[in-house]
Design a protein around this ligand. Sequence first.
Ligand code: E4P
Length: 215
Amino acid sequence: MDFFIDTAHIEEIREAKAMGILDGVTTNPSLIAKTGKPFRTVIEEICGEVDGPVSVEVVSTETRGMVKEAKELVRISENIVVKIPITPDGLKALKALSQEGIQTNCTLIFSPIQALLAAKAGATYASPFVGRLDDISQDGMALVEQVLQIYDQYEMETRVIVASVRNPTHVLRAALMGADVVTVPFQVLRQLAQHPLTDIGLKKFLDDWAKVPSS
Ligand code: E4P
């Protein structure tokens, strides 16, 4: 399973990269806004740091604008994957972009049929949002399970990115289901490496080490 970080903060991206587990980055307009920096500065900084795919979302809502934005975005760096929302216009944009060989990530997926449509339209990646479904008392990971089953059944090549991840259990379930990618906020990424018994064990080793005579 590939690990992407879901952030636009360059410091978080650098830290995740240093941890040796970073395969790519996903951003969205809200995450870009949180940096307080101009859009292009943020994207250029991220693409300069990361070798893997960097998802960047369009803000147009009609096909022509989406395609135009996508073409401008991929000129910034070859690792840009254009994020397109799953709407009727988005589907048309996905089709046009896939015919031009531009990589896409179909975003804001909340139903398995939306994911099926995204794959049929030629999306490179599809992003089911699990946390936002959990927030309204639905089981977000059940959506991922259905999407994986459909893609497997029809041998579709679109890769599934488990998105809107809120906790390590989402990551565990994604790995058990065989999801292709999980995109994780920085604080969850840190949590993944932690365990209370690791902390207790380390403290005990260091306390005992202090009792070892120096000569
Ligand atoms: C995915 O690509 C999105 O950027 C992200 O996972 C959305 O997560 P949120 O629901 O925490 O905003």
